[in-house]
Design a protein around this ligand. Sequence first.
Ligand code: ZN
Length: 234
Amino acid sequence: MSFSSKVKSELRLIVPKDTHCLHAELMGFLAGGLESRPEEKLYEKNCCKRAFLRGVFLHNGTMTDPNEIYNLEMVFRHSWLANEVMRLLIQFEIPGKMTERKGRYVVYLRDGDDISDFLKVLGANASLLALEDIRVVKEVRNRVNRRVNCEAANIHKTAATSVRQIEDIRTIEAREGLESLPVPLQEIARLRMEYPEATLSELGDLLDPPVGKSGVNHRLRRLHEIAVGKEQET
Ligand SMILES: [Zn+2]
């Protein structure tokens, strides 16, 4: 069953206790067929406005599966009803939007919060909870994705740096040999070649005694200066 059908099944089970609400809901259900706003005031009270919107949604509304996108729409043949629904939404502090599509008037909500508020107004509490669950999962997934992307970027950066460092070391090795270097630089050069994927802290831990990240960075910078500096001399 689609999310839309689930919402509607839930709404169909809501039976207004009061006659005024019952009339309002029926009015909402049938309003789509009327060319202009009826004179009779059938939904003055707040409870009746909710009931009216419930009827309107049952007959004219659809909601896309929130796992895909947030989209709730009500499509009308006559503009008065679209305007009326917009007016009621504003009264419930829901910022609906309106557009024309193929000669129809469409009132829509594209924001998770707004759709959630609208389901609350309709009294679709089970659907509201289902929507909130989906929103939480989506939010967590987005946060994880952002973090994974960020980590991937860092790994990429580390790898690019490592490649440059290994080039420096190869340059020195080919030109004057690593033995020409002071022992601490020889050590870090050999470790870097052996563990190209290691981070600076990991390289530091492999040294005996261990050296901190900034110490490792300092040694690698010196290797770079030697590689570049001597190259410029020749
Ligand atoms: Zn009522």
